[in-house]
Design a binder for this molecule. Sequence first.
Ligand code: AMP
Length: 185
Amino acid sequence: MTAEEPGAYTIEAALDLIRDVPDFPEPGIVFKDIAPLLAHPAALAAVVRGLAAAGRDEQGLTAVTHVVGVESRGFLFGVPVAQALDVAFVPVRKPGKLPGEVHRVSYALEYGEEVLEVQTDALTAGDRVLVVDDVLATGGTLAASVDLVARCGAEVAGTVVLLELGFLDGRAALGDVGLTTLRRV
Ligand code: AMP
């Protein structure tokens, strides 16, 4: 097998690798499967460059101090984005996974409730944070993560996702917080 050429993928071509899986994990949901994108290193690199641009200023310089990634697919993209920007990565996790003191936010799902946590010493006042996830659906997950950053006393510089499911209007849940999406569907 030959290595892929760096620069072989545009962001658009890379996003085209994401596969629609109808009726997964339940009837009526069209699941966005990122596995084919993860399987192509040059495509993944193109997407990471695109996401990382949300953490840069007009001169291309890093404008954030931290990247927050949301468990679990936000980790896959958040870590390489933090590396590309040369800043710290902070995980936001499902409940009971992080040791020590945590801030905790719960938010409503269609049925039931979800909880997310961040370590209280992970961020502090003066930090400027880029929050990364793969898909924006109803916006609850990203809004809860933004809330956790604020509870640490840090500032959310912006949020970024690969795909925004426009018909769900998740953007509204973010209020004034800036959202960058590589593709809106
Ligand atoms: P939400 O909180 O409704 O915006 O949902 C966003 C979270 O759920 C993200 O972490 C996504 O990974 C996941 N998610 C929601 N809908 C989908 C979908 N159609 N395909 C893949 N992942 C999804």
